[in-house]
Design a protein around this ligand. Structure first.
Ligand code: SF4
Ligand code: SF4
Length: 634
């Protein structure tokens, strides 16, 4: 009887402590500026949770061997859920100890106990002996304790399953050790990264669509200028910072960190967690503020980000580092006028002056292209608007892509045109944190789209596609227009089968732009096009949704300080080296920014034998129809 009273006492104390500790951590979810959690797409969200939690797909895909070891532990937990229920039912006198642990389920759990021991042994060896850089320099005491608890749980189960006599003192001691280990986990979990056992499924369920999605500022809150203080963290942010398993997958995949920059997405999350727990006020500031403890994250780190989304893609627990945190913090700093970055100020000044593009180029450059290439003006009766974006409007290589699209769309017999009045969609401004400028520019663009009755947009710039399909849809004025938006590789994939093509492409590697592959999930379409051209397609180590950024995103094409040398070189050099190792003679891209970065890297490497070309250019070159200019001269 006394034993049973003790058991009730320690169980109530452990469960109570667990509930209070979790509540304390999650309390800021109820006081942040954005308390709404998204409940759209519920079936697809549940399916993602099933795949990533139950099947551990992302964990295994990112790091196959450690992922599999983790999966063994996780699946073992599921198998042991019923064992634990039976264990306490015996303790409370609800089940006869002679009646549990027999039959197929007892043997099934015993097999899983061995699998869990193998898993936890392998993970402990990796963490405490191999000590990979991603896990951090300091050894985690709680990780060691949790490993001990799990080991004790499995060993005591196996001893019991080996048929200890329930009447013997040995059985009783074994029972109590097992129970104490289980209850001890309730004291460990809420104060450690193992809280992810509880929160990860929830964070994964609420993860946004695509990577780097930004939250809209609240209409009903005049003080919402982005993230400045810890009280600005949204409910999802609070969930995220307490879900982190500190695995370092985000940092391992971060190009800014790979080249030796100080940006470390894992530390962004952990600093937010520490600041929140310590009752911090201001989230980010300059280095002196961080040094004297007045802020937790440096402005410099935030402005190194390429917004490529590799961190979010790799994260096994659904944490959104980019749009929800890094970009929201940039937005907060810029709104408050607290950034002293001269490159940033230059870009904003350039964009504020007519004709409002980050390139600082005159509208005449674009007008000349429209005239010399004979690009048709968009008419209401046309099916497609070819949105050139600033890249194809002002960059010389972008002009070639625009001409290529002209040939393809004409050969395909589509009705299409371009807007004479096209202006910047505001992408560099929003990614760099200038929400006000983004709103001004987006209003102009939406008015032009409305005035011209546009229904379908195809663009060669995945940054523009992302803006229209994600950022602009947050505005009712755009959403109500019901415009369909596609990246040009999506349209090319649907057209290529009907085009008359000649010759075969040689050895090609595809550099997937982050904003199409990760942002939109457009991975197969450009490959389909290249295969239709007969290309010998060679994949780089990072490809598809796991692509590596060229270094231009997040407005870095305009704001990066080229005088800063990182120990690991530059992101575009890193990417170009990967491309070169495939032995391909052509690097195909599908974004006007990437060729600028990769051609620069090719120049730096002194390599003249690798061509960088947009997928559209490769298609246009294989068309049997003559180019419009040739036709004109007939
Ligand atoms: S978005 Fe890319 S550059 Fe930015 S933190 Fe994530 S991985 Fe690093
Ligand atoms: S943010 Fe995600 S990927 Fe990065 S350390 Fe935490 S759990 Fe791992």
């Amino acid at each position: 009887m006394i034993e049973r009273i003790i058991l009730i006492g320690v169980t109530v104390a452990s469960v109570g402590y667990f509930a209070l500790a979790v509540r304390r951590r999650l309390a800021p979810m109820l006081s942040g500026k954005e308390r709404n959690l998204p409940f759209d797409r519920c079936p697809s969200r549940l399916w993602t949770v099933f795949c990533e939690v139950m099947l551990q797909t992302r964990v295994i895909r990112e790091r196959p061997l450690p992922g599999l070891l983790h999966a063994l532990v996780m699946w073992g937990f599921f198998a042991f859920a019923w064992v634990s229920v039976e264990h306490f039912a015996v303790g409370f006198g609800l089940l006869d100890p002679d009646g549990v642990g027999h039959g197929w389920y007892g043997a099934f759990a015993a097999v899983w106990a061995v699998a869990v021991l193998a898993g936890i042994g392998g993970l402990s060896f990796r963490r405490f002996v191999l000590r990979p850089r991603a896990l951090g320099e300091t050894l985690s005491g709680t990780s060691a304790l949790v490993a001990v608890h799990i080991t004790v749980l499995m060993v005591t189960y196996l001893l019991d399953w080996g048929r200890l006599d329930p009447a013997s003192p040995g059985w009783r001691v074994n029972w109590w050790v097992h129970a104490a280990s289980l209850l001890g986990m309730l004291w460990l979990i809420p104060n450690s990264k193992h809280l992810h056992l509880v929160l990860a499924p929830v964070a994964i369920f609420f993860r946004g669509k695509g990577t780097s999605a930004m939250r809209p500022l609240r209409d009903d809150d005049d003080d919402d200028f982005g993230m400045l203080a810890f009280s600005d963290l949204s409910s999802k942010d609070v969930l995220d910072v307490h879900s982190c398993v500190e695995c370092g997958r985000c940092t391992d995949n971060c190009p800014a960190n790979l080249i030796g920059g100080s940006l470390d997405p894992k530390q962004i999350v952990l600093q937010l967690q520490k600041g929140l727990l310590a009752g911090g006020e201001v989230v980010a500031g300059d280095q002196p503020m961080v040094d004297r403890g007045a802020a937790w994250i440096t402005e410099d780190d935030l402005f190194q980000c390429f917004t490529c989304g590799a961190c979010e893609q790799a994260c096994p627990v659904g944490i959104e580092h980019v749009g929800m945190k890094i970009l929201d913090l940039r937005r907060g700093l810029v709104s408050e006028g607290r950034t002293a970055n001269p490159k940033l100020t230059d870009m904003f000044n350039t964009m504020e002056r007519a004709p409002h593009n980050a390139w600082g180029a005159s509208h005449k450059v674009r007008a000349k292209l429209l005239e010399s290439a004979g690009l048709p003006k968009y008419e209401r009766s046309a099916e497609w608007l070819l949105w050139l974006g600033c890249g194809c409007s002002y960059d010389p290589h972008g002009h070639e892509v625009a001409r290529a699209m002209q040939r393809i769309l004409t050969a395909a017999g589509l009705s299409w045109g371009v807007l004479a009045s096209e202006t910047c969609c505001g992408e560099p401004a929003r990614r760099a944190g200038n929400e006000y400028l983004y709103w001004e520019l987006s209003e102009q663009v939406i008015s032009a789209l409305r005035a011209n009755g546009v229904q379908k947009i195809v663009t060669c710039d995945p940054h523009c596609a992302r803006m229209f399909d994600s950022d602009y849809r947050q505005q009712a004025e755009f959403a109500e227009l019901g415009i369909e938006v596609v990246h040009h590789t999506e349209l090319l994939a649907s057209l290529v089968g009907s085009l008359s093509l000649q010759g075969r492409e040689g050895r090609v590697t595809l550099h997937d732009p982050c904003y199409s592959a990760r942002g939109r999930g457009v991975v197969e379409q450009p490959r389909q096009v290249l295969r239709a051209l007969g290309a010998d397609l060679r994949e780089m180590r990072h490809h598809g949704e796991r692509t590596l950024c060229c270094g231009a995103g997040g407005a870095q094409l305009f704001i990066a300080d080229d005088s800063v040398e990182h120990p690991g070189g530059r992101a575009n050099h890193l990417r170009f080296d990967e491309a070169r190792r495939t032995g391909a003679s052509t690097i195909a891209t599908a974004c006007p920014y990437c060729p600028i970065m990769l051609s620069d890297a090719a120049g730096h490497a002194g390599t003249g034998d690798v061509r960088v070309a947009d997928v559209a250019e490769l298609v246009a070159e294989r068309l049997t129809d003559p180019a419009p200019a040739d036709r004109a001269s007939d």
